[in-house]
Design a protein around this ligand. Structure first.
Ligand code: ZN
Length: 134
């Protein structure tokens, strides 16, 4: 599995997008809202991986809760898999707590699911698979 992206929780994309553009010396190539997660996202290429900035769009968002507890910072690591359903079954059988029963639509044309940090040494893990082109 390669690291597809790192998710970073930020308070304000308007502030953080130019900051990461300077840091990485590359433009933000996509911004996208994910209504089901109550987040706005912004993506940057960083070598073969990406950086995903996440800003909460509602107080109920997991990102708002995360920032409330821990402040801004690294929120999750996303690994790219070829067959997300097979990986979910494999990891579930090994005792990892898979937070979704079926993959859900994520940002950047991906199917995603998450593993609970309590079974992964405190790190929220995202599995993602590129959606087949329609
Ligand atoms: Zn992500």
């Amino acid at each position: 599995m390669k690291i597809e992206h790192l998710g970073i929780a930020v308070k304000n994309l308007e502030v953080s997008i130019p900051l990461f553009e300077q840091l990485l010396s590359t433009p933000c190539y996509k911004t996208e809202s994910v209504a089901s997660e109550n987040v706005s996202t912004a993506f940057f290429m960083a070598g073969e991986s990406k950086i995903e900035l996440l800003e909460a769009t509602s107080e109920n968002s997991a990102i708002a809760k995360f920032i409330g507890k821990k402040g801004e910072g690294i929120h999750h690591i996303a690994f790219e898999v070829e067959n997300i359903e097979a990986e979910m079954r494999r990891l579930s059988a090994l005792g990892f707590e898979v937070l979704n029963t079926v993959p859900k639509d994520g940002a950047d044309n991906k199917l995603v699911c998450f593993l609970h940090p309590k079974t992964t040494n405190g790190v929220l893990i995202e599995l993602c698979q590129e959606k087949p082109k329609a």
